[in-house]
Ligand binder design. Sequence first.
Ligand code: PGA
Ligand code: ZN
Length: 415
Amino acid sequence: MTRISGVSLRRVLDSRGNPTVEADVLTVSGGFGRAAAPSGASTGEHEAIELPPGEAIAAARKHAVPRLVETVHAGNQREVDAALRGADGTENFSALGANSAVAISMAAAKAGADVLGAPLYQHLGGTFRGDEFPVPLGNVVGGGEHAADATHIQEFLAAPVGAPSIQEAVFANAAVHEEVGELLADRGVAAAKGDEGAWAPAIEDAAAFELVAAACETVEDEFGFEVGFGLDIAATELWDGTAYQYGDESRSPAEQVEYVAGLVDEYDLVYVEDPLEEDDFAGFADLTDRVGSEARSTSHASGKGPRADRTLVCGDDLFVTNVERLQQGIEQDAGNSILIKPNQIGTLSAAVDAIELATRNGLTPVVSHRSGETEDATIAHLAVATGAPFIKTGTVGGERTAKLNELIRIAEDAV
Ligand code: PGA
Ligand code: ZN
């Protein structure tokens, strides 16, 4: 029933106005799925390769589509993804392009779900229980590669860990974003928005910490549950091969660990992503030992939930959703969390493999968007299907709210 009868590919716009790959998958029984590849700006060195969309589409038409049509079943995700791997024939999708691969992989999953008449998250293996939604980490202030002349730290992320429902969590993040905007306006600081919709003011990182901490506290009081915050330092972008460069300030690797550990203590951070450059497993292990193994020192009275009991030290560029790099991290105790971006590895199956390996070893998976996004909401379904405790998908802007609103809709299925 789910045998693939056709695959079409096209260039569509992403949220930065760049072209990206969109795929449609059709089945012989009339099933239909459509998905588009996101795109990073602060990409990791070890990610699967994104080709220029025109090249990726031509390669997929030539090598992948003939292997899929009339042969492979959209309902069998492993079979679809093995065909994509076979058509590519490289380690890192450099022949097909991870952008073509992930678009086809996700579109096939949707076509499989369509034939079954099931929501995508159910087809991918999950049931949804209202008390087990993924907590959204919402980018509210940022700079780095996502905005010029803003903070050195790439993302300051609201983390509504005490929220009783996905809806409350989503609106809390939007309230933090709004509150930060008002605090900036009060101080006469003009601020545009970066690629992910976060405020991108030309302020020092220290000032951003104060603003975000104040905004989270206000929203915490208003909503009545814990709203902490976290960071994506995206430290590879600050690393010059010897030290981490924060404008005029420079930190050695040891000083960087010290600095981040100090921030975790001072702000009771829920989450720290990429605190060190993408090959520093030992530095990750050091920091995880310092801040990631003990209970958070939170003094927040309200609703400290199970997701907030330790600071997450999360590898994005370190692990690139790759089970081999994750295995190395597990062996070295480098990090206690992994970011999951399907386009970093090229298929949904490989992303699920990384989530399962992480979960089996006590690491917390965080399913994530990219800075370049589309309306595609597959990651919302992936997070629910795999029971991921967190999802990182921005706060405002249509390509971000597409995922958040999908989570709100999925929650209506809760029994
Ligand atoms: P990217 O940024 O999509 O530009 O890589 C997101 C992140 O670093 O988490
Ligand atoms: Zn990151």
